[in-house]
Design a binder for this molecule. Structure first.
Ligand code: KG4
Ligand code: ZN
Length: 348
């Protein structure tokens, strides 16, 4: 079964051809980073216009790279939400028009479920039940899945998402956009113990996340230590490296500590680390160390395995959308022309 996946929920226009939900024949991503860089964040109106400009070329290239014709596909999986409404509408309208003209089934996919399935592309042995930490620029959620397509909410961001928190510090310090990869690279050179960030206590016992306090604390450190943002192209001072390392450490500690509490409560067989922030090298290392390497399995229980996708499947892409769509594909589904984008679509 061959599916075309289309993704346009934020600032990446993406298309991919995937066979049987796993074999990726092509995976094309047109990034808009250059368009949004000077604004230090995604500008929704510009994002929609860029998607319109790119979508035709990206889809055509996905077929060319895979050596397939339009008629070869069995259906189209497309992101329905959550995301920026203007951006979602471009991919969804394109998918509807293609499904109509080719008379092929259209499978709507939740972007978060797409991120979850990104971990399955290279790891067919992911076992249920699993606990997924979805960490990206727009989302931070812990989701428990006892069986395929059954999702239970465990925790979520109460304010900023983890990626948003990284992007904002980078913006304050003039380090570049998007901030996550820059901070990942610089944090390795700094001292994570130099600046204190206290991890907020969530008093109602839920496994939620709160990162906005770190942003306020970082601004206080910047003010008190008299840290000047880096001038364009200038050297990065030791104090900035230390601040960045301490900030990243606080975010990673929060993510690991909530995931650990959830793991103790729910006893999953697998832990999935997915979404753009899952590219972070320190986070990956600490996850492996915490849940696999230093863990003695409970008496009689199997040890837990940690899975994270390769970077190409970690940040937004359409292979993960086709992989998720394949689970729900039915050749009798219609080329649904009533389907609409939903900016706040929930998975659970
Ligand atoms: O999944 P994604 O491409 O888009 C959303 O669905 O939001 O995630 C983008 C986020 C951005 O905030 C970016 O700064 C962050 O992922 N990111 C990283 C790294 N690479 C991307 N954060 C930390 N370390 C990285 N290496
Ligand atoms: Zn995403």
């Amino acid at each position: 079964m061959l599916l075309l996946g289309i993704e346009s929920s934020c600032d990446e226009t993406a298309a991919a051809l995937v066979e049987d939900g796993r074999k990726v024949l092509s995976n094309v991503v047109a990034s808009q980073v250059d368009t949004h860089r000077s604004f230090g964040g995604v500008v929704p109106e510009l994002a929609s216009r860029e998607h319109i400009r790119n979508i035709g070329y990206v889809v055509r290239k996905a077929f060319d790279d895979a050596g397939k014709a339009y008629e070869d596909i069995d259906g189209i999986a497309v992101t329905q939400g959550p995301g920026l409404i203007g951006s979602l509408l471009v991919g969804l309208s394109f998918a509807k028009a293609m499904a109509y003209s080719l008379k092929k089934p259209l499978v709507p996919v939740n972007h978060i479920e797409g991120h979850i399935y990104s971990a399955f592309i290279e790891n067919p042995d992911v076992e249920y039940p699993f606990l997924a930490l979805v960490v990206s620029g727009g989302h931070t959620s812990l989701i428990f899945s006892p069986e395929p397509q059954c999702y239970q909410p465990v925790g979520r961001a109460r304010d900023d998402a983890a990626g948003e928190a990284l992007d904002k510090l980078s913006k304050f310090l003039g380090l570049g956009y998007p901030g996550g990869p820059v901070i990942d690279r610089l944090a390795g050179e700094g001292d994570p113990g130099r600046f204190a960030f206290s991890i907020p206590k969530i008093s109602d016992g839920r496994l939620d996340f709160s990162f906005s306090g770190f942003k306020t604390a970082a601004l206080r450190h910047i003010r008190e230590a008299g840290i000047k943002p880096r001038r364009s192209g200038g050297r990065i001072s030791r104090i900035i490296l230390d601040l960045v390392a301490s900030y990243q450490q606080a975010i990673v500690d929060t993510l690991v500590s909530q995931t650990r509490k959830a793991e103790k409560k729910l006893h999953p067989r697998s832990i999935l680390l997915v979404g753009g922030v899952a590219c972070n090298s320190h986070l990956r290392k600490v996850f492996k160390h915490t849940f696999e390497e230093t863990r003695k399995p409970r008496e009689g229980a199997r040890p837990v395995s940690v899975y994270y996708p390769s970077p190409v499947y970690t940040t937004d892409n359409a292979a993960m959308i086709a992989a998720a769509g394949a689970q729900r594909f039915d050749p009798d589904l219609p080329p649904d022309q009533e389907l609409n984008a939903v900016a706040g679509l929930r998975l659970c």
